[in-house]
Ligand binder design. Sequence first.
Ligand code: MRU
Length: 337
Amino acid sequence: MSSDALVPVRFAGDAVEYLDQRLLPHEVRMVRAVTVDEIEAAIATLAVRGAPCIGIFGAYGIALLRRTVAGDAAFAAAAARVRAARPTAVNLAWAVDRVLAAEEMLAEAEAIHREQIAIDRRIGRAAIELFPKRAAVLTHCNTGPLATGGEGTALGAIVAAARAGRRIHAYVDETRPLLQGSRLTVFELARAGVEATLLVDGAAAIAMQRKGIDLAIVGADRIARNGDTANKIGTYGLAIAAAHHGIPFYVAAPRSTFDFSIATGAEIPIEERGSEEVACFAGVRVAEEGTRVYNPAFDVTPGHLITAFVTEYGIIRSPYAETVPDLQYRPRIAEIA
Ligand code: MRU
């Protein structure tokens, strides 16, 4: 297993540095974001991505802008832009609000980052019991260190199970249209020494039918009080296919991804992205010019299709309308780690 961990974001005093995930796996390049334009663009273009990771990056970004943007009104406007750079993952707004409410903004951003590392470890440990001795596990999108700044959520769980002695084979959806699965998850699993097979998203159902998939585990961008879960587009279809085949479907996520202010997934804003992401492939147009495109970046899986959530507080099972709201009263990980 590789020990040289990739650092997706870090505070560098006069900049927030990030690993440009758009270039992976071919190039590992750290880039500096200094201005609000650069911070906002890094999030919006998915150079920095993954719900917890954009929260950490946004938190550092706010701490930096507090030092560099003169005047309270200008700072508030800059902070609002960072907070709104992507709408679905609640971690971004949650982290920005937490830093804005703090007296020492940089210390708070560092605490958010440190806590995520501890949270990921706890999620990994809690998930091990969900994996049989030999497990074929299906996952979607990218939920590893690049997506969280720690060891990852769903991918962290897969790696933790492998390290605990389970014989794991991961089936990785490529994750159209931006290929987080083929570019990032396959890359991270290889570095962690976990066997993996890549498949197109449309092959997930036949993999469940013919490849003996034992479980599916994915991450989340926002979870409502009733367990409805927004995650990368394609997750909802996977959950339906898993239910059809009687395969357990797990969601691994930190408490910061739960939005206790909303009752159901109907209230989750779904980001729609540009048509070129679908109409072009690797920079080459494949659909005729002028083709109308529907490109939601996320979908919402109803809570009743989710077997359980894996959180830093352990496994959460239904009835979610009762068990999920309870999470908000648990002590912060920093206080119990
Ligand atoms: O658009 P992305 O790549 O930011 O989407 C990421 C996902 O959907 C992840 O599954 C989610 O953020 C969880 S990351 C631990």
